[in-house]
Design a protein around this ligand. Structure first.
Ligand code: MLC
Ligand code: AMP
Length: 521
């Protein structure tokens, strides 16, 4: 592939990788009513052109954000591509976010365009218009809504907007351990350089077929999976929602699958997952959360395939990967090792430092810092937060704690950030505790992550009541559900007389984690 990430816009590079036969099938999916649907490469080109022309016709200022909260569909992916194509900045939002969360993102990002689900138009448009957004469109799961209706009036050819490596392509909101969510600004150069490198590192080849079963509002499903398939000119089997049976049924027609550990755990629960069913596959990739060694081994035993685990972040896209084939940089003798996230990827600098910021020797555990063309430009309109997260010599502090062994494999052993990763979604205790503490009768709360067989880790809330107040755990959960995305809701709530504290008065979350660790065992 002849892509120069320094000069090319991301979309121009993706478009250049389309196969010569534009009438070949690019995407195979099913409509919500079960009807099979096929999209050719030409369909992708034309439909993304129409939407790009619609966006261009709105006369938006350069750098305008297009905020999108819609169910997963091929058209939702086309809207992403069209935004890149037209040169604007894509801002995806988890479909689980509730109105208070959406109000914050729209208020903070000030998007020029908001696209929401048809059923949410009433409340989303109210928030958007109040924040100064001029254009609100809808996009449904069934190719319905005003976006496509309006786009249909536009031409199906479009000249790709010229963008350089430093121009913004997307903003991904990631919560913070303190305060509100921060928008990580990713450039065309960040996304393209990472995608091109991964294509090579993971041995992407002609004839590959990717099963796409992840949501498309985070790095994993939106960037890693889609860019890999498009750059490879590879067909995608597109599932609007993860269903273990559907993925297993698709394996004989596919070669690559990407998932968070929960997806692998759920597939292992299906008797239909056999060596035979997986025999056509080339590669299974896992990331976004730690893959338990038992899952790694069970998968090997059941399918004969060794899952390739990799590690990344919204701010950096992909950082490390186990080898696809022997990595010459490491003597060419490498294997995919369970319990590790592999080697720093080509072009990624990774170091482990102590709390004093000094680099630690091989084999010692410390804070992981990274740098490279993949590392984001900073947090949207938060220069102080950006400055805090970088060292003076330009390394990004990941907040992950790890160790590099003598062969160069990186192992993540914990996090310095107070974060729970549940089924691949991040839950920041500080945010959830803030909502709990606002509820009537609550004096204080602590949210801790405990092991869970399906989601890997889930949040458990421990609360103390104000004097005289009586708290009902069920009522707490119900009140939170109205305000927060469903995956952030604690799976259990306990009301206690007091929280364990250290001599400084700080809640000792490690003791709570220990106390509740067997809850879901
Ligand atoms: C759903 N639920 C969850 C949850 N997902 N609870 C905790 N954690 C989760 N992740 C709960 C809902 O609140 C609901 O509860 C019930 O499960 C059913 O909801 P659902 O939407 O029907 O669930 P399901 O479709 O089964 O979703 C599970 C899942 C999904 C694992 C398929 O969570 C998922 O797609 N996860 C992938 C996340 C992802 O792509 N992460 C990448 C981040 S990028 P109730 O009580 O309301 O019924 C990144 C960087 C990198 O981290 O390195 O890749
Ligand atoms: P996000 O903010 O959603 O991009 O989440 C990024 C975080 O997910 C990282 O900082 C890690 O803590 C975690 N993560 C991603 N991949 C892995 C992995 N393979 N193993 C352990 N943690 C991971």
């Amino acid at each position: 592939m002849t892509v120069n990430p320094r000069n090319d816009s991301l979309f121009a590079a993706l478009r250049a990788a389309f196969p010569a036969d534009l009438d070949a099938t690019a995407i195979e999916t099913t409509a919500p009513d079960g009807t099979p649907l096929y999209y050719t490469w030409r369909d992708i080109d034309r439909a993304s052109s129409r939407i790009a022309n619609l966006l261009a016709a709105l006369g938006l200022p350069g750098g305008s954000r297009v905020a999108v909260q819609v169910e997963k569909s091929v058209e939702a992916m086309l809207l992403y591509l069209a935004t890149l194509r037209a040169g604007y900045v894509f801002l995806p939002l988890n479909t689980a976010y509730q109105s208070a969360e959406i109000e914050y993102f729209i208020g903070n990002a000030e998007p020029a365009v908001v696209v929401c689900m048809p059923g949410n138009f009433g409340w989303v448009s109210k928030i958007a218009f109040t924040a100064g957004t001029r254009h609100v469109f809808t996009l449904g799961e069934n190719r319905d809504g005003s976006l496509l209706e309006r786009a249909a009036y536009h031409a199906d050819t479009h000249e790709v907007a010229r963008k350089g490596a430093d121009d913004l392509a997307a903003i991904l909101y990631t919560s913070g351990t303190t305060g509100r969510s921060k928008g990580a600004m990713l450039t065309h150069g960040n996304l393209l350089s990472n995608a091109v490198m991964l294509n090579e590192y993971w041995g992407w080849r002609q004839g590959d077929v990717l099963i796409h079963a992840l949501p498309i509002f985070h790095v994993h499903g939106l960037f890693v999976a889609i860019h890999a398939a498009l750059l490879g000119g590879s067909k995608m089997i597109w599932l609007a929602k993860f269903d273990p049976k559907a993925v297993i049924a698709a394996l004989p027609r596919a070669t690559v699958f990407m998932g968070v550990p929960t997806l692998y755990v759920r597939m292992l629960g299906e008797g239909a997952l056999t060596r035979d069913a997986a025999s056509h596959m080339r590669l299974f990739i896992s990331g976004s959360a730690p893959l338990l060694i038992e899952t790694f081994r069970d998968w090997q035993e059941r399918t004969g395939h060794t899952i390739l685990e990799r590690y990344g972040m919204s701010e950096t896209i992909m950082l490390t990967s186990n080898p696809y084939s022997a990595d010459a940089r490491h003597g060419g003798q490498d294997e995919r090792r369970g319990g590790t996230v592999g080697f720093p990827l080509p072009g990624v600098g990774l170091r482990v430092v102590g709390d004093d910021g000094q680099a630690l020797p091989v084999g010692e555990t410390g804070n992981i810092q990274v740098r490279g063309a993949n590392v984001f430009k900073g947090y949207w309109r938060m220069p102080e937060k950006t400055a805090e997260e970088f060292t003076q010599d330009g390394w990004f502090k990941t907040g992950d704690v790890g160790v590099v062994d003598e062969r160069g494999y990186v192992r993540i052993v914990g996090r310095s950030k107070d974060l729970i990763i549940s089924g691949g979604y991040n839950v920041y205790p500080a945010e959830v505790e803030g909502y709990i503490n606002e509820l009537p009768g609550v004096a204080e709360s602590a949210l801790v992550g405990v092991p869970h067989p399906d989601f890997g880790e889930v949040g458990v809330a421990v609360l103390i009541a104000k004097p005289g107040a009586v708290l009902q755990p069920d009522a707490i959960v119900a009140a939170l559900k109205a305000r927060l995305a469903n995956f952030k809701i604690p799976k259990k709530c306990f009301v206690v007389a007091e929280l364990p504290r250290n001599t400084m008065g700080k809640v000792q979350k490690n003791l709570l984690r220990e106390q509740y660790k067997g809850l879901f065992a």
